[in-house]
Ligand binder design. Structure first.
Ligand code: FDA
Length: 390
């Protein structure tokens, strides 16, 4: 054998797994078809990498098995990753909602991971195709090298123009692991012609509470020329299923606000009232939908309640998502039913591991996906080194 482990994918998960295993004494090779490591890290968080979230915990992840992520997340936490960032002297700040970003550049996170790989003696081979994977006599053979352990860390197919592929799912299938149907997540939703009035106000954003099914997210929504985006919508998109409605609460205190406006501005029309609380163009579209022509003073309580209900439950029937081309992550993936939650090793294929976005664990927007990449990587890296010693 040539190495103790071969890691497929030099993204965040693959690099940290290689560094962890290497520093614990394993000889590790990382293979990637890209010409640079950590390309998604470089573009993440608007170039500043939202590298973790202070609130990261199992409830912030979607998976067929919501308990699966618990073990890895609790054994390598956001505080552990933050300590690593600080050891490398990388300045950081909390932007909002526990989201931690580099003050400088996402390049610092990639440099840190490469330094950690170097400390562990892990080799990285870029611009290298994975090709066929052979498995015989306890050894995996890939790209001309052999090792008893193989890590699938090739992420998901979101943003294919950056070299993202679904190869993780093909490899999983080749080894008999289940794959939960992958789908674009943290992705803008599209609207149809029945919502043309909202498509016409592209660029307008406002705080909302977005709801779909049991999921609710209070953040900003953005109207686009194709539909809906912004953090609240991206978050909700991960829970949205085709055909389901998405509702926006634009004004939690709408009923009180309308009654107060009737007292304070009795001669005003609804459009002027709404424009005091919402962006002008949105107020105009809503007023047209509400269709009230009377002055506020002439609106009975029942009318105000009807308007309040509309403002609190503006309902859309999205026609779809903008797909992998615009999806920040891929939901679904290699089934957790076939992996050990402690080590990320395939339960029926000794020596095979899957980590990061390739696995059916998908985080909310806000640093949670990187935290899963780090936590699952460290779990696998430690297991690789332990297995080598055994
Ligand atoms: P990742 O996709 O990073 O790495 C996979 C590696 O495998 C890549 O290097 C790729 O080249 C390689 N590979 C793929 N197919 C291959 C093949 N066929 N052969 C060889 N190599 C192959 N998350 C977060 O927490 N905070 C944030 O700020 C952001 N921001 C963000 C912005 C944008 C625009 C996107 C698209 C995504 C984010 N994310 C994010 C999500 C985050 O980037 C993502 O969850 C992690 O990068 C996943 O790390 P992995 O290492 O699992 O996969």
């Amino acid at each position: 054998m040539d190495y103790d482990a071969i890691v497929l994918g030099a993204g965040g998960a693959g690099l940290l797994a290689a560094a962890t295993a290497g520093q614990l004494g394993a000889r590790v090779l990382v293979i990637d078809h890209a010409d640079k490591p950590g390309k998604k890290i470089l573009i993440s968080g608007g170039g500043r990498c939202n590298f973790t979230n202070l609130g990261a915990g199992p409830k912030c992840y979607l998976s067929e098995n919501p308990h699966f992520a618990k073990s890895a997340l609790s054994r390598y936490t956001q505080h552990d990753f933050l300590a690593l960032v600080e050891r490398h002297g990388i300045a950081w700040h909390e932007k909002t909602l526990g989201q931690l970003f580099c003050d400088g550049s996402a390049r610092q996170i990639v440099a840190m991971l490469l330094e950690e790989c170097a400390r562990g003696g892990a080799e990285i081979r870029l611009s290298t195709k994975i090709g066929e994977i052979a498995h015989a006599d306890g050894l995996f053979r890939v790209a001309g090298v052999r090792a008893p352990q193989l890590v699938i860390a090739t992420g998901g197919p979101s943003i294919p123009k950056m070299g993202a592929t679904g190869i993780a799912f093909q490899i999983a299938a080749r080894f008999g692991l289940g794959v939960v149907a992958p789908r674009p997540a943290l992705v803008p939703l599209t609207l149809g012609p029945q919502d043309q009035d909202f498509l016409d106000i592209s660029g307008v954003s406002c705080p909302v509470t977005a709801r779909t099914g049991a999921a609710t997210f209070a953040e900003a929504a953005l109207f686009t020329h194709r539909g809906l985006s912004g953090p609240a919508i991206l978050q909700a998109s991960s829970y949205w299923t085709p055909g389901a409605p998405l509702t926006l609460d634009l004004m939690p205190k709408a009923a009180d606000m309308l009654r107060a406006a009737r007292r304070a501005m009795p001669r005003a029309h609804i459009r002027a009232v709404l424009a005091q609380h919402l962006p002008n163009r949105l107020a105009e579209v809503l007023a047209a939908r509400i269709g009230a022509t009377r002055e506020m003073a002439n609106m009975p309580d029942a009318e105000l309640d009807r308007i309040a209900a509309l403002l609190r439950g503006l309902s859309f029937q999205p026609t779809g998502t903008e797909g992998y081309a615009k999806a920040e992550v891929t939901a679904g993936g290699i089934s957790t039913a076939d992996l050990s939650s402690r080590t990320m090793e395939a339960t029926r294929v000794p020596g095979l591991y899957a980590i990061g976005e390739a696995v059916d664990v998908t985080g909310w927007l806000g640093g949670y996906n990187f935290q899963w990449a780090w936590s699952s990587a460290v779990a696998a890296g430690q297991a690789i080194a332990a297995r080598r010693m055994a």
